[in-house]
Design a protein around this ligand. Structure first.
Ligand code: PMP
Length: 428
């Protein structure tokens, strides 16, 4: 496959956009080469500016769970656009999507819509701090909660890929209020709580981590966090930006039957438009302006186009009683196929998977936290990435990212992908 036009477009973009991209994870810095410029997408496929068709395993980093240009979403957006694109005033649509979200997700009474996952997590910790009247938060190394200052401390995703897990520009004053723990290590969290008695407002966690590859919580980890939070008056924040409306209708709270105090959303909830949200029980949400003292706002928050897309997406997921089962079956099929060919080709690997989130790590050891995720063989990953690209398969251009499986994939697509992985892994 040729990527000539993408290369030209990238050269033009680099002149006027830093690094040629509006989000670093899109750059091919970690794998070499130039990013692919997309012209359009439909179902499970991307069509690029050179006329190539690629099977998409990233799906806009999660939102396109039912495929690209999903008809009900597209129709809804077109319909709403004709009625006006932004008012900065309330619409009935906002209440409709809020009520549906509250009905689908356990343990939340109210939800506030924002424009990105970053905003959702940033607002959630402000709310937690205001509510508990404490300043510090605990986050886990390798978890990513967006690019707001408090979270760029040993952050995952692009922050690790580009070697800046602790970004310059975050002041020492801000950084000192973010305590860092090891994912899946309850003893570590317990010691941090003991060393900072009555100072911790919240523990924020990706309840299934997706920003250092996919890392499932070990048995008892989330239950342990819940108990520690309850015992120490700390709020437990589930960052379900990736997992929300993906791993189950009600996210990880439903999947593992664990109650979080605040839940953050992004990606699927917006159906591919810029949407984030955070939600909690009344007592906490009523602490937000205009009811309470914690300020949070947004000119475009609850934007009608974004709400129309999100509502169409959530309705489709809510009304389809087998969608999460289909996603599980397709991803399990892919996992089994990849395991088979990589084993036959004597490749050293570990696969992690929860539902439709899956990652392949080129290391023999279990990948349970940031340190073990960082041990993967990047040279093999580069060959894997470029080999698959030549075969017409697009995975994220970084070893630290999860694949997001879409229901639009057919078993033929999956078989094609497994055959391509067989072919590519013979060349390692
Ligand atoms: N939290 C998690 C778990 C994420 O994966 C991401 C983005 N990948 C964010 C927060 C930030 O979301 P956004 O990129 O929409 O700001």
């Amino acid at each position: 496959m040729l990527y000539q036009r993408s290369s030209q477009l990238f050269a033009e973009a680099e002149k006027v956009i830093p690094g040629g991209v509006n989000s670093p994870v899109r750059a091919f810095k970690a794998v070499g080469g130039t990013p692919i410029f997309v012209k359009s997408a439909k179902g499970a496929y991307l069509y690029d500016e050179d006329g190539n068709r690629l099977i998409d395993y990233i799906n806009s980093w999660g939102p396109m769970i039912l495929g690209h240009a999903f008809e009900p979403v597209v129709e809804s957006v077109i319909h709403r656009a004709k009625l006006g694109t932004s008012f900065g005033m309330p619409t009935a649509l906002e209440t409709e999507i809020a009520a549906l979200s509250v009905a689908m997700v356990p343990n939340i009474d109210k939800i506030r819509f924002v424009n990105s996952g970053t905003e959702a997590c940033m607002s959630a910790i402000r709310l937690a701090r205001g509510f508990t009247k404490k300043d510090k938060i605990i986050k886990f190394a390798g978890c990513y909660h967006g690019h707001s200052d408090s979270f760029l401390i040993q952050a995952g995703s692009g922050a690790i890929t580009f070697g800046t897990p602790n970004s310059p520009g975050v002041t020492a004053g801000t950084a000192k209020d973010t305590l860092l723990a090891r994912y899946n290590d309850l003893d570590n969290v317990t010691s941090l709580i003991e060393a900072n008695k009555n100072e911790i407002a919240a523990i924020i966690v990706e309840p299934v981590a997706g920003n250092m590859g996919c890392i499932p919580p070990s048995k008892g980890f989330l239950e342990g966090l819940r108990q520690l939070c309850t015992d120490n008056d700390i709020l437990l924040i589930f960052d379900e930006v990736m997992t929300g409306f993906r791993l189950a209708k009600g996210g990880v709270q439903e999947l593992y039957n664990i109650t979080a105090d605040i839940v953050c959303f992004g990606k699927v909830i917006g159906g591919g438009l810029p949407v984030g949200a955070f939600a909690a029980r009344n007592e906490i949400m009523n602490y937000l302006a205009p009811l309470g003292p914690v300020y949070q706002a947004g000119t475009l928050s609850g934007n009608p186009l974004a709400m129309a897309a999100g509502l169409a997406m959530l309705k489709a997921l809510n009304e389809d009683h087998t969608v999460f089962q289909r996603l599980e079956e397709k991803t399990a099929y892919l996992e089994t196929g990849i395991r088979k060919v990589l084993t036959e080709n004597k490749v050293t690997f570990t696969i992690n998977r929860v539902g439709s989130m899956i990652s392949v790590h080129f290391d023999a050891n279990p990948v349970v936290d940031f340190q073990s995720a960082a041990k993967g063989d990047n040279e093999t990953f580069k060959k894997f990435f470029h080999g698959l690209l030549k075969e017409g398969i697009y995975i994220a251009p970084s070893a630290y990212e999860t694949w997001f499986i879409t229901d639009a994939l057919t078993f033929d697509d999956l078989d094609f992908t497994i055959r391509a992985i067989d072919k590519v892994s013979k060349t390692f």
